[in-house]
Ligand binder design. Structure first.
Ligand SMILES: NC(=O)c1ccc[n+]([C@@H]2O[C@H](COP(=O)([O-])OP(=O)(O)OC[C@H]3O[C@@H](n4cnc5c(N)ncnc54)[C@H](OP(=O)(O)O)[C@@H]3O)[C@@H](O)[C@H]2O)c1
Length: 290
């Protein structure tokens, strides 16, 4: 049987000092209901993140708004307990406050964005963010105020790469006038991609990574009635693996960041790196979204 390792998913180069494996992990499932409050077993949460490192994952997507702060606290613990923690690339996000379960409010006040970065660096015991996303554009502030503040922190050495999340192509082009954008993170999966296909291609052309959030359609693509089941049987794979293999084949700037609270599912997801979809099956899957 093939070894399970994210190293088999190929790599993406952010800069010559940081080349990441193209199968990451997203921490959002490690919280309470509605991404609010602590995860039911904090030690298990930190252990799960550490297991992802052991499986070759070196790209972790997170945000202080997950919990808030709970997922980041587990990540900080996992990093502290891991000898090669400086080799873990953190993809972080700022610019949203939480007021309760499933409540997300963009806040783009420059001083707030700066505070989030400073608190995250303190928690992660780092002097810079590897990749920092503006989680959402806040219409109460200009792009110069929001992305401009990230650019200032980049100039101060506190942020290496800047990204934007859930943007249209026009917004992405506007943001590029304020700062160099190295990554985009939008909702994207095999069942829901048409709206963003052109952003994936534009990002590739511009030398940006594309992080598809909800890569498993928040679990719907893995269910018993998954539309991926027939192709999954053909590859002796799980439907989650087919969803991730489709993303990996779609474009080499895509870094899937599946979220899970289960070690079994984590291993299943990483083993997607062993699935080589044929061109024909890739095309069939690409047409699933009507
Ligand atoms: N930028 C943004 O605005 C934004 C928004 C949302 C999410 N994100 C990021 O994207 C990451 C991924 O999104 P997500 O976690 O919400 O959704 P997802 O990865 O599409 O799906 C996660 C769901 O699928 C289940 N699952 C995972 N692997 C499975 C497997 N192999 N078999 C069966 N079920 C499986 C999980 O349940 P179990 O826990 O039981 O495995 C969970 O319910 C987040 O962690 C976060 O980092 C970003």
């Amino acid at each position: 049987m093939d070894e399970t390792s994210a190293t088999k998913a190929g790599t993406y180069e952010f800069d010559k000092d940081f080349i990441v494996n193209r199968l990451g992990y997203g921490t959002m499932q490690l919280t309470g209901n509605g991404v609010w409050g602590p995860y039911k077993d904090p030690d298990q949460a930190a252990d799960l993140i550490k297991s992802s490192f052991d499986l070759g994952v070196n790209f972790i997507d997170t945000a202080d708004s997950y919990g808030p702060w709970h997922a980041d606290t587990y990540l900080a613990k996992a990093l502290k307990d891991y000898s090669d923690s400086d080799k873990i690339f953190i993809s972080d996000k700022v610019g949203q406050v939480r007021t309760g379960e499933n409540e997300w409010t963009p806040v783009g006040a420059p001083a707030f964005l700066r505070q989030e970065v400073e608190l995250s660096l303190r928690l992660f015991n780092r002097d810079h963010e590897d990749l920092l996303f503006l989680h959402r554009i806040d219409s109460h502030y200009t792009l110069e105020e929001q992305v401009g503040e990230l650019k200032k922190m980049q100039d101060e050495g506190k942020i290496k790469h800047i990204g934007v999340s859930q943007v249209t192509l026009d917004e992405l082009k506007d943001v590029q006038k304020v700062a160099k954008i190295d990554a985009v993170e939008n909702l994207y999966n095999v069942g829901h991609h048409k709206d963003d296909d052109e952003i994936v291609d534009y990002a590739k052309e511009q030398g940006m990574a594309f992080l598809p959030w909800f890569p498993l359609d928040t679990g719907n693509l893995t269910k018993a009635d998954s539309p991926l089941n027939d192709i999954a049987k053909k590859y002796n794979a799980s439907s989650a693996q087919i969803a991730l293999a489709w993303l990996l084949k779609r474009s080499d700037n895509i870094i899937p960041i599946p979220g899970t609270s289960s070690l079994e599912h984590l291993k299943d997801n990483i083993a997607a790196a062993n699935v080589n979809l044929s061109d024909e099956d890739f095309e069939t899957l690409s047409k699933l979204q009507k």
